[in-house]
Design a protein around this ligand. Structure first.
Ligand code: 2AM
Ligand code: CA
Length: 286
């Protein structure tokens, strides 16, 4: 049975999700309008955040907040705060791609102790509480049992315009291409972590995420028996520069593989031309 805390998080997520589902339905209509859906989506995002804040405050008036849109608010209870992303996967939402989620984490004394990631379109509620386990709706979750890197499917996030870390990312993706069964980029870090917890992905890595992207997902992976660290192997922090999550067997090898990729390319400007050299014959051969 989910605890009272999880019930509060679930109820808030479901309430905010109703608005998001409605707004997502509108996005398609707006694609063709001259103004486009960007402002509309920003408003949908803010509306969801307002609902989440109101619901969580109603249930736990003394807790603080760290929210994507409105930032940090200290609560009367300085030991506990909600870390909330009202719409993770904003780019997908904006483009009418049906893959986004609401993410709510609970931090206690600086440690993540509960997480809910709700994917409204499939009605998938991923939730976990420290010491209790990780669930998808009512079903207990466990990370995958794959042990061979060559069988592993890893998720990642690709940096985009205006975001740093392109070269580090390319170095890691190159080694992942050489060693794994496949790489996915679905565009919601919160769901990527939930999918690692569910055993759909064998692992996930990304650079430069924000606390609200990962706060809930970190609890999900740990409670499903997986490991989450930064690329150096330190326990994952919500404000870490990198995150590597994987099942218990593959975490160390995945992390090592990514590190090796980074070290091989370390500050090596020669890698750019090298990539071009290998790309050209491949393209011609097709
Ligand atoms: P968002 O949809 O809430 O913006 C995709 O790689 C992941 O990166 C998503 O979880 C996305 O969250 C997040 N993201 C997008 N822009 C970001 C930024 N500037 N800094 C940190 N994370 C970002
Ligand atoms: Ca996000």
């Amino acid at each position: 049975m989910p605890s009272a805390t999880i019930n509060v998080m679930e109820a808030a997520a479901r309430k905010a999700a109703r608005g998001l589902i409605r707004d997502f339905g509108e996005v398609e209509n707006l694609q063709v309008s001259r103004k486009g859906p960007a402002d509309f989506v920003t408003e949908a995002d803010r509306r969801a955040e307002r609902i989440l804040r109101a619901e969580l405050t109603k249930a736990r008036p003394e807790f603080g907040f760290l929210m994507e849109e409105s930032g940090a608010t200290e609560g009367e209870d300085t030991r506990r705060r909600w870390i909330v992303d009202p719409l993770d996967g904003t780019t997908n939402f904006l483009h009418g791609i049906p893959h986004f989620a609401i993410s709510i984490g609970l931090e206690e004394d600086g440690a993540m102790v509960a997480g809910v990631v709700y994917e409204p379109l499939r009605d998938e509620l991923f939730w976990a509480e420290k010491g209790v386990g990780c669930y998808l709706n009512r079903r207990r979750l466990r990370v995958s049992s794959r042990r061979r890197m060559s069988d592993a499917v890893l998720a990642t996030g690709i940096p985009f315009k205006g975001r740093a870390g392109k070269h580090a990312f390319l170095a890691t993706v190159e080694t992942a291409i050489d060693n794994t069964a496949g790489i996915r980029r679905l565009g919601s870090a919160a769901l990527d972590l939930a999918y690692v917890a569910a055993g759909r992905y064998d692992g996930f890595w990304e650079f430069g995420l924000s606390p609200w992207d990962v706060a809930a997902g970190i609890v999900l992976v740990r409670e499903a028996g997986g490991f989450v660290t930064d690329i150096s192997g330190r326990p994952a922090a919500i404000d870490g520069a990198s995150i590597v999550a994987a099942n218990d067997r593959l975490h160390a090898p995945v992390r090592q593989m990514l590190r090796d990729g980074l070290e091989e390319s370390d500050g090596d400007n020669a890698r750019k031309p090298r990539l071009r050299e290998t790309a050209a014959p491949d393209i011609r051969a097709q």
